[in-house]
Every structure is written in structure tokens, then in C-alpha cells.
Design a protein around this ligand. Sequence first.
Ligand code: FE2
Ligand code: FE2
Length: 282
Amino acid sequence: MDMEKEKIRRKVKSIKSLPTLPAVAMKVSKMAENDKTSANQLGKIISTDQAISGRLLRLVNSSFYGFPGRISSISSAIVLLGFDVVKSLIISVSVFEMMEKGIIGLWEHSLGCAIASRIIAKRIKDCDPEELSVAGLLHDIGKIVVSIQLTENYEDIKKLIKEKKIIFYEAEKEVLKFTHEDIGGWLAESWNLPVSLQEPVLCHHQPTKAQSAKLQTSVVHLANFLVRSVGFGSGGDPWVPKLNRKAWDLLGLSFQDLEEIIRELGDELESVEANTLCESAD
Ligand SMILES: [Fe+2]
Ligand SMILES: [Fe+2]
């Protein structure tokens, strides 16, 4: 591990009370790694936590997914979406409350990014749209830590965003010397998420740094750009981040694809109404 990474790790670790996963998510993490675990067994464990399983079912049955009202049990959600996706959704619903306490609009931004990532991934070979949608959902998870645990620095970051008209990420670099990417990447690693989910979280602002999940990282990078461009939710600053040319080229999309993606995104965001968002949260 290089010195820089070690330094950031120590800094992030020194932040008091990083979001810890609920006990059920920890158990699910362990069980999902075992090939012999069945969807039924995993479903039973998740169902022991009523609050989490309730939120999870509401999310998968909301218009966020294409099968509203059709998934009646956690084990059928697992069969439909896979272990990793369900595990990551549990993380997402667990941290949702924290999200709203931190940056207003971050949940909507994250949900928008999840939807955009899924739409883009459907057009990219070797990308799993459901996995990409959770990568989009989790990509800014580090911002929760910055806004809730590093409150003094967060005030400085907000000031800098206004004064210098820079994006959140740039302001973090000046104030903290590390960013929500580093924090999110570290969290994703400590929660044992697959690399295909870790790298989009760790590198979504600098997609060329991704090593083994270049495509997935570029998808989330483009999704983040599009959701900010259409102004859905908030990432904590009023600016649209730059689109990385190499990431765009790597995806191999045409401008016609882009037009269709934007149209589809607009339709889907419209159907994710405010009440759906609230319902999936309580
Ligand atoms: Fe970000
Ligand atoms: Fe973002």
C-alpha cells in the first residue's frame, strides 16, 4: 500500500463514528460470500430485521425498479437482483436517514444517479445494470461522513464552494486534503463490497484511475454528470462537474445513444415522484 493511501486511511479512520453497518447487513455480507448460502437462507436473516426488510421491499417495489408491487418477499428480491445488489441495497437503506440529515437532496441525487447508471449500463457490454444502479446509489456515500462527522470542515467546504465557485470535490481537496471518494472507497472496502462497486465509489470524479472496473466507473461518472446536468437532487454544490473525455470514449456511446439516454432518464426521473422517495425511506 502506498504512503498516500495509508495516510488517507489513517485520517479517515480517525473520524469518529463512521457509519457502521447494522448487524443484519454484517451477517448478510458474510453469508453472501459463501457459495453454499441459498436465497432462502439469506432472506430469512434479512427478515429478522423488520425495519430494514420493510424499507428494502418498499424500495424494490417502488417505481425505482421496473416491477412495482410484484416482489412480495426478500428471498424473491434476492433471486431477482442477486446477493451483491441486495447487500448493497441494505447498506443504502440503512444510511438513508443519515443522508437526509447531511446534505439536503443527496438521496434524490443518489437515486437519480442509480437510475442513470442503470440506463447507461443497459447499453454497455459486460455491465450489469442492477449492480451499476447500486454503484450509483452509493457513489457519494463519503459525502454523508463529510457533512455529518466533519461538521466544521463542512462549513469551510460550503464557504469555499461559494467563494471560488468550485465543485464540492475541489473544495474538499483544499480543506481536507482528501475527498468523499477516499472516504466512500474506504467504507466500500471495509464493507467487503466487490471491486466492481468499490472502484466507482472511489474513482467517480477521476474515472481514469480505476484499475479493474474502468467501465463501471465510467458509467457512474457519466451518470453523475447527467443527473447534475438535469438538476435532479443536490450533490452539495450548484455546479455541474466536468465530463472526462477518456471515460466518455471508453464507453463507446454515440451521440444518438446519449440523446436516448437523456430522454429515458427524464421519463424515469419524472415517475420517481417525491412520495415514492419518502415511502422508500421510512
Ligand atoms: Fe461525488
Ligand atoms: Fe454525485
